[in-house]
Design a protein around this ligand. Structure first.
Ligand code: NAD
Length: 467
């Protein structure tokens, strides 16, 4: 018996296995969650397949209404969700409530989207119409940094477009997704949505299954590559939202104090565990020392504690594997640059590290070239715009990037030269349900969000009638 059960074919069921869910603030067990066997994964796919025709036959409006009921139901359980998110993911309760607000906004926006049939020719020769048909069974696989938001990023558009879904959360944050499944049980017909949890073992089975039409994945680039390979045999449709190593280029005309605060917020949100967080700050030589000084002041003032405590600004790193990875980054940063804030593990239970600022480090070192996905920010000096644009682009990643300046036109011109899916001026992590989200290079494949993202959950069909 576990506190959080799988949702398969409209039933909440125990897993063939169970697993402990660790609270990263204490490194102790927070709860027990059901864990699916391969046979249960097959049951979930079979249920999704069986429910497919009925769900696809519903009108867009009927499906849209259900998405709104889902948003209402999540909102009515917001406090419970927030506590589960904080307890298993680690982020402060205020950020967990922020994740709920984001989720609400995304779901309600999806419910306004449409993919109407389009007549592209209607004359003496032919009548030609373009339709968007559902694909069938979608598998949604997500990372552990936004367990509710990312689940709904998959469920919302997949179901609205007329597909059915099997959702699989990350093994360290199953409770939020399984609780979501519990809520979905009373909203959607049996089999339309299935939620199963694993111990990092079911991914290859799900992504190669012949009855799965599409995989929508959010996670790391190495896993994304494996998914592409495993879907190749059956030519699955694949959307990949992968890692980033976002540069922020800060010109010498900014208000240093104000910009430092914005850079800090966008680097350390969710303890730096955001695909679109600032992971490299390129600061102009003229203001380099002043910017480092401000960032240190902010890092030293940040309240790092258990996210459940009121007033906490930064919680723990989400899991032990990531904690060890971040500790290794800090060690290399100590050799390749100068740590001017943080850099030390907090001696208490849980996976805590204070926000860490590294200066006098440059490209070609691990801490700059690789995605840290933790509370570390390297601050890199530059003096020439062309040079810094080249350095920003010398990365396998291309998710986001920003330019900071009082001269908006100049900043926009520089931003447009950054090779990433989203470029910002005087802001970062500015995303929304109406904004297409995509990655250049190894940051992804395809688009999520907006009507472009919705279209990726469909197959284009042309109906061509001779006249
Ligand atoms: P990960 O790739 O290790 O795991 C992500 C998910 O993939 C988990 O559910 C995991 O169980 C599953 N998985 C593992 N091996 C698999 C396989 N062979 N086949 C199918 N599924 C498999 O990533 P993570 O460590 O959980 O997440 C961190 C990464 O995710 C970072 O790189 C981050 O930037 C990225 N991310 C990207 C976005 C985005 O929208 N672009 C958002 C959040 C996180």
């Amino acid at each position: 018996m576990t506190d959080f059960k799988l949702l398969i074919d409209g039933n909440l069921v125990d897993g063939d296995f169970s697993m402990d869910v660790i609270n990263p603030a204490t490194a102790e067990i927070f709860t027990k969650a059901a864990r699916a066997s391969t046979a249960q994964a097959d049951d979930a796919i079979a249920a999704a397949k069986a429910a497919g025709q009925g769900w696809a036959a519903k009108s867009f409006q009927e499906r849209r209404d259900k998405i709104i009921v889902l948003a209402d139901s999540i909102a009515s359980r917001a406090d419970e969700f927030a506590r589960i998110i904080t307890s298993e993911q680690g982020k402060p309760l205020t950020e967990a409530m922020g994740e709920l607000a984001w989720t609400d906004g995304y779901l309600r926006h999806y419910a306004t989207l449409e993919l109407p049939d389009r007549i592209i020719q209607d004359d003496d020769a032919a009548y030609i119409e373009v339709k968007h048909k559902p694909l069938g069974v979608v598998v949604g696989i997500i990372a552990w940094n936004f367990p509710l938001l990312m689940a709904c990023w998959k469920i919302g558009p997949a179901l609205l477009a007329g597909n059915t879904i099997v959702l699989k959360p990350a093994p360290t944050t199953p409770a939020t997704a399984l609780f979501l499944g519990e809520i979905c049980k009373d909203i959607f017909p049996a089999g339309v949505i299935n939620v199963i949890a694993d111990d990092n073992d079911l991914g290859p089975h799900l992504t190669s299954h012949p009855d799965v039409a599409k995989v929508s994945f959010t996670g790391s680039a190495p896993t994304g590559k494996k998914i592409m390979a495993s879907g190749a045999d059956t030519l699955k449709r694949i959307t990949l939202e992968l890692g980033g190593n976002d540069p922020a280029i800060i010109l010498n005309d900014v208000d240093v104090q104000e910009t430092a605060q914005a850079i800090f917020n966008n680097a350390f949100l969710n303890c730096g565990q955001v695909c679109l967080a600032i992971k490299r700050a390129y600061v102009h030589d003229d203001i380099y020392d002043a910017m480092c000084h401000e960032l240190v002041t902010l890092a030293e003032a940040a309240i790092v504690d258990d996210g459940i405590k009121p007033g906490t600004q930064i919680g723990p790193i989400q899991n032990k594997v990531q904690f060890e990875k971040v500790k290794r980054f800090v060690e290399t940063a100590r050799e390749d640059g100068k740590i001017i804030a943080g850099g030390e593990v907090m001696e208490r239970g849980g996976y805590f590290m204070r926000p860490t600022i590294v200066r006098d480090v440059t490209d070609g070192h691990e801490i700059v070239d690789q995605e840290q996905f933790g509370p570390i920010l390297p601050v890199i000096r530059f003096s020439d715009i062309d040079d810094v644009v080249n350095r920003a682009n010398a990365s396998e990643s291309g998710l986001g990037g920003s330019v900071w300046s009082k001269d908006i036109d100049k900043a926009a011109e520089i931003a447009a030269r950054i090779e990433s899916g989203q470029v910002w001026v005087n802001q970062h992590i500015a995303i929304g349900p109406h904004i297409p989200m995509a990655g250049f290079k190894e940051s992804g494949l395809g688009v999520e969000q907006s009507v472009e993202g919705l279209a990726e959950y469909t197959q284009v069909q042309v109906v061509n009638i001779a006249r």
